[in-house]
Design a protein around this ligand. Structure first.
Ligand code: HEC
Length: 322
């Protein structure tokens, strides 16, 4: 039991105050939840299993992965990595739901759980801006589920705060999350602009919005520091390809097939393009850019491939599958 005897002592001390005052003071005096990383045993195995499924593209393993991670979390609820990976597993489940033959209404439970565990991950690892960006995204998703305008606004401002915290990572997150808005919504244009600004912060100057020469920036590639989020890595082996597939898709939805084609082609500049499992998707996008405008603006539920990347059956795998 966690410190209930401490609580009893506090209640005794505050005995003469009203319940509300006692509640406020008792909660305020409760010890902070402090992170304690776990890198051995059950937790290590569960997290390894998570990475294997993510990099292997094995969505069908998610129920077992979530079970193992949750069991490890119960053993040690102070491990930020385990908390975060539970959250990421739930968001992967929800995000690639079009892989399923039938999407149950209770898919929403994965969003609720993802939000809960991201909140815990942020509490345990308050400097990890990735968790904050994902937490804000889950707030937006939940706000939509519940028709909660206040949560929607809170989520939006939290998302913007996460962009300030790590623009190279969270400008993508913000634009990606907002890419499902109607193309006529002024916020949609803003979402596209976040993707361009993501390139700006990665290359250190303003990039041509019609799609300029990108080859001159390839020498900037790095695997360390905040700029690592601009390139491929062990965590996201095809981040570069996935980023441009998404920006191309967002431009198609905006109606600019010509610029989209140039942007799609940047994905081919990646050194590992030949090993990317989604090459044929990209080739198809370039060939069908004009026809896809209508499809991306008015998505058909259940469509797995010819739909905006954020709605597709590979919305996480484009970047994370080896
Ligand atoms: C455009 C590419 C892209 C897409 C799409 C994408 N990610 Fe990522 N993801 C990244 C990058 C880049 C990082 C940061 C890598 C780093 O920290 O060095 C990352 C980090 C992660 C991490 C690492 C957490 C840790 O413990 O280090 C996980 C897990 C993850 N993403 C899961 C997902 C899930 C689930 C989705 C789908 C909802 C998704 N990603 C969509 C590029 C992407």
């Amino acid at each position: 039991m966690i410190a209930l005897c401490g609580l009893a002592a506090i209640l005794l001390l505050l005995g003469t105050l009203g319940w509300m005052q006692r509640a406020t003071i008792a909660v305020w005096l409760a010890p902070e939840k402090i992170a304690a990383a776990e890198t051995a045993g059950q937790s290590k195995r569960a997290n390894d299993r998570f990475w294997d499924a993510l990099h292997g593209g094995r969505y069908e393993e998610l129920p077992g992965v979530i079970e193992a991670l949750t069991a490890a979390y119960l053993e040690n609820p102070r491990d930020a990595e385990t908390a975060a990976h539970i959250a990421f597993s739930h968001v992967w489940f929800a995000s690639e739901r079009s892989r399923l033959d039938r999407v149950p209404a209770t898919m929403t439970e994965h969003i609720a759980l993802a939000r809960r565990y991201f909140a815990e991950a942020v509490r345990l690892a308050p400097t990890d801006e990735r968790f904050k960006g994902f937490l804000a995204s889950m707030e937006l998703a939940e706000a939509k589920i519940h028709g909660d305008e206040k949560l929607l606004r809170r989520g939006y401002f939290n998302l913007m705060a996460s962009v300030d915290g790590w623009p190279e990572f969270n400008l993508f997150t913000a634009g990606y999350v907002l890419s499902g808005l109607p193309f006529t919504d002024p916020m949609y244009a803003e979402a596209v602009e976040y993707q361009w600004r993501n390139i700006d912060v990665c290359v250190g100057e303003k990039f041509d919005r019609r799609g300029g020469d990108a080859t001159k920036y390839l020498a900037l590639e790095t695997t360390t520091g905040p700029k690592r989020a601009c390139w491929n890595s062990w965590i996201a082996p095809h981040n570069f390809e996935g980023f441009f597939l998404n920006l191309g898709d967002m431009l198609v939805k905006q109606g600019d097939a010509a610029t989209a084609r140039r942007v799609y082609a940047y994905a081919k500049l990646s050194k590992t393009y030949a090993q990317w499992p989604f090459r044929s998707v990209l080739e198809g996008r370039i060939a069908q850019a004009e026809e896809n405008i209508a499809l991306f603006r008015d998505p058909k539920p259940g469509e797995r491939t010819r739909t905006l990347m954020a709605h597709s059956a590979f919305s996480c795998m484009v970047c994370h599958q080896q």
